[in-house]
Design a protein around this ligand. Structure first.
Ligand code: ATP
Length: 298
């Protein structure tokens, strides 16, 4: 088994009765890579992670962590740290006690870095975990994972409870993990998050792998929907770079999609009398439907 791969799956499949949660996933994540695992709700991301961690048994196929079979939990878990989507902590222990407990049972901790992370995530370690909000529980788990020396960090939608400021701290910590030579496997349903931190991305939909691509190739997926109101002459967006699907949903209103740098569109809009402007990021589901068509996502 080649352990240059931090993670490898071959034909990995999980069925729950008649539902196929994960269908024949074959994937390789190189050591040292920040790998995004992107898919809308219910795509099978958590199922995959449970199989990788040996928390569930595959119906078919196999998974390895640095060449160690995922079912060999005692060996595989010495090589990884995991942050689940719903972090559960021991309610009676304080944040400090939990970090101490995890440090003493995990694959080794960099305590100086742990202290730095506690500060950056603005975590109050003195309180018992039962008083922590979802976001604070997530922070404890993230600090514990990022501070380990585990060569692989498996993070399952780890920022769902974090505010934008903390999301920035998270992104910095992922970049630092990469610099420290760790591999990061990050599941997410946010295209923007994955774009910001990952080298490569796998896209999963309805249990099936749709695409694996370097992040650069995914940039074309990113677009915004712009809606504006104007008085007088409508802005002329006919030949503006990045502007598509210009529609007029009502009198004095305009809607279009924007990909790439917004400069040319902003220049064109500057000549018109715009009274309101709203920019919306479409959901991953919408992007999938738009980009891959209904056939590919079924
Ligand atoms: N223990 C289970 N029993 C039955 N069905 C399950 C079980 N776990 C997951 N599923 C189903 O498998 C599919 C994939 O779920 P999974 O949690 O892996 O998706 P996900 O991509 O992680 O989604 P989310 O972003 O919502 O967490 C879903 O249809 C889900 O309802």
């Amino acid at each position: 088994m080649n352990s240059d791969f931090a993670l490898r799956t071959a034909g990995l499949t999980k069925r729950y009765g008649r539902l196929t949660a994960l269908d024949d996933l074959t994937l390789e994540v190189c050591a040292g890579e920040v790998f995004g695992f992107l898919g809308p709700n219910g795509a099978g991301k958590s199922t995959t992670i449970r199989l990788l961690l040996g928390l569930a048994r595959p119906t078919a196929g196999q998974a390895w962590v640095f060449g160690v079979g995922a079912a060999d939990v005692a060996r595989a878990h010495r090589l990884l740290a995991y942050v689940p989507a719903d972090v559960a902590l021991w309610p009676q222990l304080t944040g400090a006690e939990i970090l101490h407990l995890q440090a003493s049972t995990g694959p080794g901790v960099d305590y100086a870095y742990q202290a730095e992370l506690v500060e950056r995530f603005e975590l109050d370690l003195s309180k018992p975990a039962r008083t922590y909000s979802t976001g604070n529980r997530q922070k404890v788990a993230l600090v514990a994972a990022f501070a380990t020396r585990a060569p692989l960090l498996v993070l399952d939608e780890p920022t769902s409870g974090l505010d934008p400021l903390m999301e920035r701290v998270f992104r910095t910590a992922v970049a630092a993990a990469r610099d420290r030579g760790q591999t990061v496997f990050l599941s997410s349903h946010q295209l923007a998050e994955v774009e910001a931190v990952c080298d490569r991305v796998a896209i999963l939909r309805a249990g099936r792998l749709i695409q694996v691509a370097p992040i650069g190739e995914l940039r074309g997926l990113h677009r915004s929907e712009v809606t504006l109101t104007y008085t007088g002459q409508p802005p002329n967006l006919d030949t503006i770079a990045g502007v598509q699907d210009v529609r007029q949903p009502g009198e004095g209103r305009l809607r279009f999609t924007l990909t790439g740098p917004p400069g040319p569109a902003l220049t064109a809009l500057a000549d018109a009398d715009i009274t309101a402007l709203a920019v919306r990021e479409p959901s991953l589901e919408e992007i999938f439907l738009d980009y891959y068509g209904t056939e590919a996502v079924r």
